[in-house]
Every structure is written in structure tokens, then in C-alpha cells.
Design a protein around this ligand. Structure first.
Ligand code: HEC
Ligand code: HEC
Ligand code: HEC
Length: 411
């Protein structure tokens, strides 16, 4: 495990409830975070003796992985029915079941590996940490059904199953009991964002230089793109999902910049762009936890401040009872940033702002109810095209199209 600490990829157990080996609920966390996650109450409620025997010992940190087949019986998650087909959806349709591992055997991976002088990308931890995460599970935690070749599997997201597999179907178990036993609480958007972001944002600079695609985390779009094997709660909210995801992405970019040995202008521009975007939403609504004012100079202090502010915003926003007025207000605010593209700024920043902005507009447009006029989507397509190439980006033209987009929303 200690080897992972040298990776540009953020070590799983340093992430607040991050993906991979550790069950979010059972890891020592600063009291504030436990409190905010409701875990202090949870632990207080589950007095000794009331918890079913199997999970009495909070051993989630070292719980065994039991493998996807243990979830796949037809009466559990391997059935054909709508609420029992999770294994089928994952194994047949989800990008995570086959592709991540297969990707490491492609010519493109070979090229990336050569540039990094890695002898074998299919087994090197610098790649497998995200593409074949089970390879890092120590021998002692490999349960009977364990198979290291299962790509990003049930337990990568839901947590290792040893302490909850048998009992999580018990009718006398509450959601809190399951979470206490190590089933990660993915219904909480903060926990979910942390789970996905562990593999979907931070790529160490040498990997990027070697040709690994840049990753841009966006929880709402990426959740929608993953073939869904669950039903969202009735109060699930797209704009909220987007916001929590972007705040978590800013936290991770800040974290990465705070520790990458050499600063990288692309990474800095991406950080500044995302901080710009989120700051635009400051003060929009008293209910919305903003990130506050963030200084844009690339200094360790500013990275640290942004990291903390973004984490707090994400944590608070995740459990907010999201007012219906927020999605239209957020869209209008972000569509109203035309002036930011009129002022000439050198370097990559305007292109990076546009890149983050169009992703935001896309998700927030879908969040509108009643839906925005179809001409807004057409205009957004133009904005996507204009934001596509970083070197060819023309801020002024983008700003004009953005103004037209805003005009359609608020004629
Ligand atoms: C353990 C690492 C890991 C975790 C956790 C993870 N992913 Fe992925 N995901 C990957 C990898 C690796 C790929 C790339 C597969 C390929 O093409 O090789 C991928 C691909 C995807 C894709 C398709 C490619 C894309 O970016 O559009 C989507 C969508 C996706 N993941 C969404 C999610 C969501 C949503 C979550 C959280 C609920 C999540 N992932 C959690 C590793 C992970
Ligand atoms: C931080 C997690 C992470 C690490 C570490 C990582 N990858 Fe990836 N990789 C991803 C994700 C996520 C994607 C999917 C990108 C997308 O489609 O949006 C991906 C995509 C790729 C792709 C492109 C796949 C395609 O078909 O478009 C290749 C090739 C690749 N990775 C190879 C590697 C190699 C080789 C290594 C090790 C040197 C590595 N990756 C390390 C997360 C990671
Ligand atoms: C990439 C991450 C990821 C992987 C891999 C994954 N899940 Fe999930 N799963 C989720 C998320 C996110 C949810 C939504 C959680 C919620 O809202 O409570 C979920 C929800 C579920 C639910 C609740 C269904 C519902 O409608 O409420 C079940 C059951 C489930 N997953 C089983 C599985 C099984 C079995 C596997 C493996 C075959 C698997 N999952 C693999 C992320 C994942």
C-alpha cells in the first residue's frame, strides 16, 4: 500500500471516503467530517449490542474482497428483473467491467508505458491503481471469490463486502447499519463524488506528458454516462450533483498542485478556470454554500485554501435541501459571464474557462424545469465547438455566442 503514496494518483485512503480499498465509514476522520457526514450520530445511535453480530467489529479498513460473483446470484443482483439486474448491467454494459483492464493491453497503453519506461502497463501500479484496482488488494484481503482481473468492480465503488455481504439483505438492517458495516454510502453525493473522483480527475504529470488523456471530472455527466444500475432517490437533483462534483474536482486539482514537484502551466490554468467558475456562483443564494473568494496566484497557500474551501462547499452542498430556484439561477449566472471573455487575457486560461463553462451549461440546461427552448441547445452546441480546441480558442467570438445563449434563456 505504501507504494501508492508515491503516485500522482491521489492515494485512496487520503481521499475523504475515497474509492478503492477502504470503506468510507470506518476510516479515522477528523471529527468535523464525521459530524458532517452524520457518522457521529450514527455511531452514537448504534449502541454496542444493537448492531447485528457480523458487523459489530468495525473492521472495514481491512475487510476482505469477495468478488463480483458473490453479488451475482439470480435472487440477489444477478437476476433479469429491473431491481435485481445490477450484475448484468455492470458486466454487459458498464465501462468499468471490461474496458479499464483491456485498455492497458492496447498499443496506446504500450506507448504510454514506453515513454515512462514501464515494462508492463497491465501490471504496473501506476496504471492498475485505476484500471485494475483489485491488483493492489493484499493477499490477506482476497476472499474466496476474489479475482484480480475484474476491472472496476462492485467492491471498488461499494466497498469490500466481507462485513456486510451476508447481512445487508436483512430486513432489520437499516441503511445506517449497512453503512456502518462498510457498505459505502453512495446515496450521499459527497461520498459518491469522492468515490468517482479518485480515478477520474488526478493524473500525475509524467503520465500526462507520456500521452495519457487528461481527465476532467464532472459527476453529473459521468453518472449519466455510466449505464445506471440504480434508481436515484426521488429528491435527486442534477444541478446539485453537478455542483458537488465540481467542488470536489477543484479540491483535487488544488491537492494535486499542492504536491506536484514542478508546476505545470496547463494544470494551473485548469485550476484557475474551475476556481473562476465556482466563484461565479458565490452569493447566488443564501442556501448555496459557495467557495468564497479564492486568490488565483499559483502558490502553496492558495492551493491549500482552495482545497479546504472546495471540500467544505462540496460537503455542505451534498446534503442541502436544494431549492428549485437554484438551477435556473445558476444557469443564468454562468451564462452571464460574457464580459470575462471580452477582456484579453494571455495564455490558456480563457480556453480552460470555456471548457469548464460549456460542461456546466450543458448539465444546468438539462436541469431546467420547464425545459429551456430547443434553440438553447443549438446555441450550446456552437459553444461546445468554439471551446473544442485550446490552441485555436478565440475568447471574443466565444463571448458573443455566449451572449446569444444568455439571450435565448432570458429573452
Ligand atoms: C477504481 C477506479 C474507478 C472508479 C472508482 C470509477 N471509475 Fe469510472 N472509469 C475508470 C476507468 C479506468 C475508466 C476508463 C475505461 C477505459 O476506457 O479504459 C472509466 C470509465 C468511466 C466512464 C466512461 C468513460 C468516460 O469518462 O466517459 C464513465 C462514464 C465512468 N467511468 C463513470 C464513473 C462514475 C460515475 C464513477 C463513480 C460512481 C466511476 N466512474 C468510478 C475507473 C474508475
Ligand atoms: C487516475 C486514474 C488513472 C490512472 C493512474 C491511469 N489511468 Fe488510464 N484512464 C483513466 C480513465 C478514467 C480513463 C478514461 C478517460 C475517458 O474516457 O474519459 C483512462 C483512459 C486511458 C486510455 C485511453 C482509453 C481510450 O480508449 O480512450 C489509455 C490508453 C490509458 N488510460 C492507459 C493508461 C496507462 C498505460 C496508465 C499507466 C501508465 C494509466 N492509464 C493510468 C484513469 C487512469
Ligand atoms: C463505478 C462505481 C460502481 C460500480 C462498479 C458498481 N456500482 Fe452499484 N452503485 C453505484 C452508485 C453510484 C449507486 C447509487 C447509490 C445510491 O444512490 O444509493 C449504486 C447503486 C447500487 C445498488 C442500489 C440499487 C438501487 O436502485 O438503489 C445496488 C444493489 C448495486 N449498486 C449493486 C452493484 C453490484 C452488484 C455491482 C457489481 C456487479 C455494482 N453495484 C457495481 C456505483 C457502482
Amino acid at each position: 500500500m505504501s507504494k501508492l503514496f508515491n503516485l500522482g494518483h491521489r492515494p485512496l485512503d487520503q481521499l475523504p471516503c475515497g474509492a478503492g480499498a477502504l470503506a468510507c465509514s470506518l476510516r479515522p476522520r477528523p471529527a468535523a467530517i464525521w459530524g458532517a457526514l452524520g457518522l457521529v450520530t450514527l455511531l452514537a445511535l448504534v449502541a454496542p449490542g444493537t448492531l447485528p453480530a457480523q458487523s459489530a467489529a468495525p473492521t472495514g479498513v481491512s475487510a476482505k474482497y469477495l468478488g463480483a460473483p458473490s453479488c451475482a446470484s439470480s435472487s440477489c443482483h444477478g437476476g433479469g428483473g429491473e431491481h435485481q439486474n445490477q450484475h448484468l448491467v455492470w458486466s454487459l454494459k458498464d465501462y468499468h467491467s471490461q474496458r479499464p483492464v483491456a485498455t492497458l493491453a492496447t498499443a496506446r497503453s504500450r506507448q504510454i508505458a514506453d515513454a515512462l519506461h514501464l515494462s508492463d502497463p497491465t501490471s504496473d501500479a501506476r496504471c492498475t491503481t485505476c484500471h485494475a484496482p483489485l491488483q493492489a488488494v493484499p493477499a490477506g484481503l482476497r476472499g474466496p471469490g476474489f479475482n484480480a482481473a475484474e476491472g472496476v468492480t462492485c467492491e471498488s465503488c461499494h466497498g469490500p463486502a466481507e462485513n456486510w455481504l451476508r447481512a445487508h439483505t436483512r430486513h432489520d438492517w437499516s441503511h445506517a447499519d449497512r453503512v456502518f458495516a462498510g457498505l459505502r454510502d453512495l446515496s450521499n453525493l459527497y461520498v459518491r463524488a469522492n468515490t468517482c473522483v479518485a480515478c477520474h480527475q488526478t493524473v500525475e504529470l509524467p503520465l500526462l506528458s507520456a500521452g495519457h488523456p487528461e481527465l476532467t471530472f464532472e459527476l453529473d455527466g459521468q453518472s449519466a454516462a455510466e449505464p445506471r444500475h440504480w434508481q436515484e432517490a426521488t429528491n435527486w437533483n442534477r444541478a446539485q450533483t453537478w455542483y458537488v462534483g465540481q467542488a470536489v474536482a477543484l479540491r483535487e486539482l488544488s491537492w494535486q498542485l499542492g504536491r506536484e514537484p514542478q508546476s505545470d502551466p496547463h494544470l494551473i490554468a485548469r485550476w484557475q478556470a474551475l476556481a473562476w467558475l465556482l466563484q461565479k456562483l458565490n452569493g447566488l443564494d443564501p442556501a448555496l454554500p459557495g467557495v468564497g473568494t479564492l486568490a488565483s496566484a499559483a502558490t502553496p497557500d492558495n492551493f491549500r485554501t482552495a482545497q479546504r474551501a472546495a471540500d467544505t462547499a462540496a460537503l455542505t452542498a451534498a446534503t442541502l435541501n436544494w431549492p428549485a430556484t437554484l438551477a435556473p439561477a445558476m444557469l443564468a449566472r454562468l451564462a452571464g459571464t460574457t464580459a470575462d471573455f471580452a477582456t484579453p487575457v494571455t495564455g490558456e486560461l480563457p480556453a480552460r474557462q470555456a471548457e469548464r463553462l460549456v460542461l456546466a451549461l450543458d448539465r444546468l440546461l438539462l436541469a431546467q424545469s420547464p425545459p429551456a427552448p430547443p434553440s438553447a441547445s443549438d446555441k450550446l452546441n456552437e459553444l461546445f465547438k468554439a471551446a473544442q480546441s485550446i490552441p485555436d480558442f478565440e475568447p471574443a467570438g466565444f463571448g458573443v455566442t455566449l451572449g446569444q445563449f444568455a439571450g435565448i434563456l432570458q429573452p
